[in-house]
Ligand binder design. Sequence first.
Ligand code: 5GP
Ligand code: MN
Length: 334
Amino acid sequence: MQFQIETIQELEKKISDSQKITLISHSSPDADTIGAALALGSVLKAFGKEVTLVCPNEIPDFLQWMPNVDSIIIHDVQGHKVNQSIVNADLLFAIDFNAPHRTGNLEKPMLESQAFKVLIDHHLMPDEDYFDLMFSAPQKSSTSELLYEILKSSSFKSLIDYEAALCMFVGIMTDTGSFAYSCNDATLFENTAELIRYGIDVKATHDLVYNSNSIERLQMLGYCLNQKLVVIPEKRTAYMSLTKSELEQFGNAEGLTEGLVNYALSIKGINFAILVYEKSERIKLSFRSKGNFSVNDFARKYFEGGGHFNAAGGKSALNMEQTIQRLNEIIQNL
Ligand code: 5GP
Ligand code: MN
């Protein structure tokens, strides 16, 4: 991607002029928000800055091996410390989300903070009023790939080391489902190859992320596919749902349902898949599509959500039964 030279210069100057820099990841963190934050954090620390990484909630088990993941401060665990680091920062980075409300409890300190606010993200429709400088690239596979292109275009390129490259690689690998979607782009593979040349063991990294299922997760998957999958062939749609008590039967660990919705989308002839699940007393929905159907629009229109063209999420204030009834009505009218 070509950035305006002035935009990169402004970023470099803001970083040079700032001392306290806080990098914010989104709620229910995935490998892209964590990988990009760890990579940028490592570069900024190497540049001599006082860097704090914060995240609304716990990082799932399958990412606990990532370099320096323990340095991320979790709001659910150390709320005051996280709030202070946001309010007192000179410079804030929003990593892999497009608006402050995507960070749950961090929204309030984000709105209070007087810091200069930079967006690095690939979601549609960023909150332009909030950010002072935006790197918003919905066409990019991942925020990690976007970050790599930004760093490559800047004077910080020489500060990328093996660990930073690995973190960005993991973000790209997971946001593309191991190069299975958001991947019709030769540049993505060129960027990935450049990162691999820092010394990444691709196979071992893949195993760390994907071949590290808990037994509970596989059993949850079996249960869900066997008992909870509803297919509506005439609408090319399939959905699954999991209540809190069902999730609790399988331990309800952070990240338990990660990737689950893709199984419904993998059915031949299905191009719209939905997972409805209960999370922290709320009903959340995950939407995925193949081809020309915008789940970003669908999520915005019906479920107070958004995301990407083919992957989005939303929420419902109704209970599980009512949400599924409403969902069925909406699907019938598509
Ligand atoms: P997931 O289904 O994996 O939770 O989310 C898919 C995509 O949709 C992610 O890129 C995520 O940022 C976005 N997303 C998920 N939930 C919401 C939501 O409630 N609101 C908005 N605006 N985006 C969401
Ligand atoms: Mn992402």
